[in-house]
Write a protein that binds this ligand. Structure first.
Ligand code: ADP
Ligand code: ASP
Ligand code: MG
Length: 449
């Protein structure tokens, strides 16, 4: 069995879904289990509809809902699932009207709304596959992916989820293509939950691990992991192979092509992950395994994260006092605000966050014992490569390449496979260009294309 996950753009229209059907059909021998995202930008639209409803703009919410309905109807017409689409939109309309009445949205109701994207896309894709002559079976992912109660960011309960997957999927996949939505799950009590934005990749790897798949394929709109984020720098190379550790680091530091948690289940069961382009299925993509073959290019790729806030904390009073860091981190922890990067000196701590919702409260608490300065509009640039560990001089080359740019903060992960820098957002493109030129002017053809 293989798991094949298709992202939003890969299933954005009837013709895109037909292309997907062709790709799956060519791999029927490998007994594919298909995981799909919501069609196109549906998740964003659903969340915008919910936001308009709770803001009291009921009319706007219902108009946008009607647009989304027409879109799904148009792309799904002629597949024999018109009534099902209709029923889903009726249910969704009730929910949206309820939100407008309540005027507030909980994380739980947000999940109830955003889950409709994958609920609908998986039904439409299954119907299309059947029409295409592939016997296919829709499975509601919410009956298999069991999560905790942290709505909008739920974590899977692995033992229960793996047990359900193993009981249900292999038997079905023996005779037909199983299709399910990514991103969505439910709590033990059966309440709809989601795994966080971009979570369909994670669903694919959870399913892969749960059924002992031979490979997890992430089909998307680029040729694979590229040497730079294409939204920041065009013309990056395709990374042919990378290790689980490199992929995890790249995803964590902003390479949106993979959800950061994706590789964890794959690592646990040692299942290769492949990133592929649904528009150019002939391209080999990127193969991610425990170890990648050595390359003469010291780094594998440059990831970046925009919209970063830098927090500088200074306390002369805390000079050499123990417990300083603990106190700071307890505060970030209490406000559920993850810290991405950290640098310390004797009297100061600099750190970066990308969720600023609770920053005012955090700041107030820290100011009880230290001075705080906040700078927003920052970006993280992260060079990743297993070779950073063994090849000397990578950092020196990076700093020479960046000599014209003010680097605000530097950190080398304990894993020694990344070097991360903070620069002003306005300098991001220049920084990535400079680093890319330094490290990928002459890339090892065995490792990049
Ligand atoms: P999907 O809808 O298929 O899940 P995503 O939009 O979530 O697709 O992820 C694919 C996108 O990730 C690409 O279109 C690209 O803009 C972005 N991306 C960011 N960094 C990288 C990178 N290093 N390599 C490839 N793609 C990247
Ligand atoms: N549809 C969800 C999102 O847009 C999950 C995904 O596409 O991976 O975040
Ligand atoms: Mg994605």
């Amino acid at each position: 069995m293989i798991v094949m996950k298709f992202g939003g753009t890969s299933v954005e229209s009837a013709s895109a879904i037909e292309r997907v059907a062709g790709i799956v059909k060519d791999r029927l021998m490998r007994r594919p289990v298909v995981v799909v995202s919501a069609m196109g930008k549906t998740t964003n639209k659903l969340l915008a509809i919910a936001a308009a409803a709770v803001a009291g703009d009921r009319a706007a919410a219902l108009t946008q809902l009607e647009d989304l309905h027409l879109y799904h109807h148009r792309e799904g017409v002629g597949l024999g699932v018109e009534t099902e689409i209709e029923t889903h939109f009726q249910e969704l309309a009730e929910l949206v009207k309820g939100l407008a009445v309540m005027g507030e949205m909980t994380a739980r109701s947000s999940d109830a709304v955003s889950a409709f994207g994958e609920r609908l896309s998986s039904i439409i894709v299954t119907a299309k596959f059947n029409q295409f002559g592939m016997e296919s079976q829709h499975v509601d992912a919410r009956s298999l992916i069991v999560t905790d109660h942290r709505h909008t960011q739920a974590a899977p309960l692995f033992a229960e989820t793996y047990q359900r997957l193993a009981e249900k999927i292999p038997a079905l996949a023996a005779t037909r293509v199983v299709v399910m939505g990514g991103f969505i799950g439910s709590t033990m009590e059966g309440v709809t939950s989601t795994l966080g934005r971009g979570g369909s990749d994670y669903t694919a790897s959870i399913v892969g691990a749960g059924i002992g798949a031979e490979e997890i394929q992430i089909w998307t709109d680029v040729d694979g992991m590229l040497t730079a984020d294409p939204t920041v720098l065009a013309g990056g190379y395709r990374v042919k192979r990378c290790s689980f550790a490199e992929a995890a680091e790249l995803a964590y530091f902003g390479a949106k092509v993979l959800h950061p948690a994706t590789v964890l289940p794959a690592i646990e069961k040692n299942i290769p992950v492949r990133i592929l382009n649904s528009r150019r299925p002939q391209v080999e993509g990127t193969l991610i395994t425990a170890e990648a073959p050595p390359s003469t290019t010291p780094i594998r790729s440059i990831a970046c994260k925009k919209n970063i806030t830098l927090v500088n904390i200074v306390s002369t009073r805390m000079l050499m006092a123990h417990g300083f860091l603990r106190r700071i981190f307890e505060i970030f922890d209490r406000y559920e605000t993850p810290v991405d990067m950290l640098a310390t000196s004797e009297v100061s701590v600099s750190l970066t966050i990308d969720h600023t919702g609770a920053l005012a409260e955090i700041r107030r608490e820290i100011e009880e014992f230290a001075e705080v300065a906040v700078e927003d509009n920052q970006a993280i640039v992260c060079m990743v490569g297993d070779n950073i560990r063994t090849v000397p001089g990578v950092a020196a080359r990076a700093f020479t390449a960046l000599k014209e740019i003010k680097v605000r903060m530097i950190s080398e992960g304990a894993s020694q496979l990344n070097i991360s820098l903070v620069v002003a957002a306005a300098d991001l493109t220049h920084a990535v260009e400079s680093l890319h030129r330094e490290f990928f002017s002459n890339p090892d053809p065995a490792a990049f294309e």
